[in-house]
Write a protein that binds this ligand. Structure first.
Ligand code: CA
Length: 666
């Protein structure tokens, strides 16, 4: 097909630019009718015109058909209640001046030229260039049109899209080669193709085109010949994604869900059934591959975990509103429910989330809407509406601490309300690109304040400068865990050695083979009053400087011989004290926290450091204690009474209360 297309262009003797200008990029107008099933109910007049070779009439009949066909629901698009947020209005209006909303992290939007330059790349961040090709402002244009009936929005959409089609042809590289273009031109085209036609972006466009079509097909500007082009491009996108599915991970899920939408929405295409079935097959397979038995998505990133839930449910919802839900088995649905349960367990009482890996701070009202949507799918689950309603409806979970052992997330919790204390530990298996070498790290939330927010990710990938920024936030040392010579972990494969939750105390012992010659065992003891005690053991033949890192929330702190203390005037405060079985120094470190893409804030950070010789093990004991009314500022940590390979017993004293702590492994 592609080859045929190319030879047609060559035969006509057109350069690709000229051909593109005549919209021949996805085959000629006639070729559309090879892609459609002309025996589909309602297409009789179209078929008749095609048989006569009268493509203009066929296009007219096809437009008539699509404007009047039986509605196909697009799951998630409520035609009776189309709204345009302020941000969407801004995206639509700016685009009229070619200021395109390419990425949330790069605002205000850049100007892409009167003659649009789709290769413009003002900051060499890959995301900026990739996401431009997601055309985020297209749906806002469609909604703005639907709400105002102002044709300028349709005109802008058609202008931008046809320009994009002309300048980003799927076979641009082949055409340039055939034209004998220079090596530089071909290289630039290849680079452009990599951004414009990454399956993730093609899938996004494929999905959004449904909403654009639905909201604008009635416009007089949506002409019969534009319809012909639109449908050819739509088919090209679906066919492309079908043959170029990403190998794994959330991208594959997104693509499969979008193919299912494509296949259901345009049953008139001959390939529609294959698109739909491929989407369903992949989602049914991948839910088994990508979701651990404990319900966490295998990229170990809260943001993508939630995205995966939405993908699975969107697919199910689209199948449901179109009478095809039987294509998903019951196990699919129960797995998604498990994923929603992990989600609320990983939330702090103010509905903020830990930012492990590439996770950003999720928008809280979006999250509430997501929980509300999920609770409709799982009406028997009374915790989902509890989260969705800000704890006003539904039922609070009956448990507190919870271990998700397969994915390595451990929630140490003494309650669910704003007075609670919650520590979330990340100590799991290796994951993928969005994961970071951070095993053992934790966040600690106490009474409305997260004292140890994860550093986050700041940016994804790009040129060296952008990568350097990313790599800073990925470092092990900017996480609350143990390092050897401040190096990044060589292995991220934690095992759970012990989980015990009884008698007002939660004990969680995990171990990671962090470096060649160095194992890190971290035991956490979480008390009912929110006191957290951490015992870090570094063992193995490696020698060097062992550091236990603490990255705090932005704010003033004071450090003296009694330890560290936060100095917030309002709300709660904590103290931290660390003791080591060898001479220890406290070293201030660079600290940043990033809650959103390209946004960062300075914060205090430090490491408790001590040397370790080859034949030694090292033990650090840290107490993190909330500042309570009766605080005497006295934290005492006694030398361990017992320490072996399999057991550890020691005593700490916090404000006069003695805690006998320890574990014995079987
Ligand atoms: Ca991180």
């Amino acid at each position: 097909m592609k080859k045929l297309l190319f030879s047609l262009v060559a035969l006509l003797g057109l350069s690709w630019g000229a051909a593109a200008a005549e919209w021949r990029v996805a085959g000629d107008e006639k070729s559309l009718y090879d892609l459609l099933n002309l025996d589909y109910p309602g297409l009789k007049a179209v078929k008749k015109a095609v048989a006569k070779g009268d493509i203009a009439t066929a296009d007219q009949e096809l437009l008539k058909y699509f404007r009047n066909r039986k509605k196909v629901s697009i799951y998630g698009l409520d035609m009776e209640n189309i709204t345009l947020s302020q941000e969407e209005q801004m995206m639509a209006d700016q685009s009229l001046e070619h200021k395109f909303y390419a990425h949330k992290g790069y605002q205000p939007s850049y100007f892409y030229g009167d003659d649009i330059d789709w290769r413009y790349w003002p900051v060499k961040d890959n995301e900026l260039r990739w996401q431009l090709h997601r055309h985020y402002w297209f749906i806002p244009l469609a909604k703005a049109y639907h709400l105002t009936r102002d044709e300028k929005y349709v005109d802008a959409w058609i202008e931008h899209y046809t320009d994009w089609i002309a300048k980003n042809p799927i076979d641009g590289v082949e055409r340039l080669k055939a034209d004998g273009a220079s090596a530089e031109e071909i290289a630039a085209e290849k680079e452009n193709f990599r951004f414009a036609w990454r399956p993730m972006e093609a899938g996004r466009r494929l999905q959004d085109q449904l909403t654009e079509f639905e909201l604008m097909i009635s416009s007089p500007r949506f002409t019969a010949d534009f319809l012909n082009l639109f449908l050819r491009m739509f088919h090209q996108h679906a066919d492309y994604v079908l043959h170029r599915y990403s190998e794994k991970g959330n991208h594959l899920l997104f693509e499969a869900q979008r193919m299912l939408f494509a296949g259901i929405y345009f049953p008139e295409f001959r390939d529609a059934r294959a698109w739909r079935e491929s989407g369903i097959e992949i989602l049914n397979r991948e839910i088994g591959v990508q979701v651990y038995p404990d319900g966490m998505q295998f990229e170990l990133d809260f943001g993508y975990h939630i995205a995966a839930i939405d993908i699975f449910l969107k697919a199910l919802g689209m199948a449901h509103v179109n009478g095809m839900e039987k294509e998903f088995p019951a196990s699919y649905i129960s797995t998604v429910e498990k994923m929603t349960i992990v989600t609320y367990n990983l939330l702090f009482p103010d509905n903020t989330n830990p930012m492990f890996g590439d996770t950003k701070q999720h928008n809280r009202s979006t999250l509430k809407r997501q929980f509300a949507a999920w609770s409709k799918v799982f009406p028997a689950n009374s915790q989902l509406p509890w989260v969705a309603s800000d704890k006003k409806e539904g039922v609070m979970p009956y448990y507190t601490s919870q271990a998700f052992e397969n994915s390595g997330f451990y929630v140490l919790r003494n309650g669910w309300d704003k007075n609670a204390t919650v520590a979330i530990v990340k100590a799991g298996p290796p994951a993928f690109w969005h994961n970071q070498p951070d095993n053992g790290t934790f966040e600690y939330w106490h009474r409305d304040r997260n004292f140890f927010p994860d550093s986050g990710s700041y940016v994804y990938g790009g040129d060296e400068e952008v990568l350097q920024q990313r790599n800073w936030f990925r470092q092990t040392r900017v996480h609350n865990t143990l390092t050897l010579d401040n190096r990044n972990l060589e292995k991220t494969e934690s095992k759970l050695l012990l989980w015990k939750d009884k008698g007002g105390q939660t004990v969680c012992v995990t171990e990671n083979p962090s470096y060649k010659g160095l194992t890190h065992r971290r035991a956490m003891f979480f008390m009912e009053n929110g006191v957290l005690v951490i015992a870090d053991q570094a063992s193995g033949p490696a020698e060097g400087t062992i550091g236990v890192h603490f990255n705090l929330c932005p704010g003033e702190v004071r450090y003296d011989e009694s330890g560290l203390r936060t100095l917030f005037e309002k709300g709660s405060n904590i103290r931290i004290r660390t003791l080591c079985d060898a001479p220890m120094t406290i070293t201030p470190e660079e600290g940043w926290v990033s809650k959103a893409y390209r946004k960062k804030e300075k914060r205090p950070a430090y490491a408790a450091e001590a040397r370790k010789a080859t034949d030694e093990s090292r033990l650090f004991i840290t107490v993190i204690a909330p500042v309570a009314k009766d605080t005497t500022d006295k934290i005492e940590i006694a030398a361990p009474q017992q320490i072996t390979d399999r057991s550890l017993h020691f005593t700490v004293n916090v404000d006069g209360q003695k805690y006998e702590l320890g574990y014995d492994l079987e």
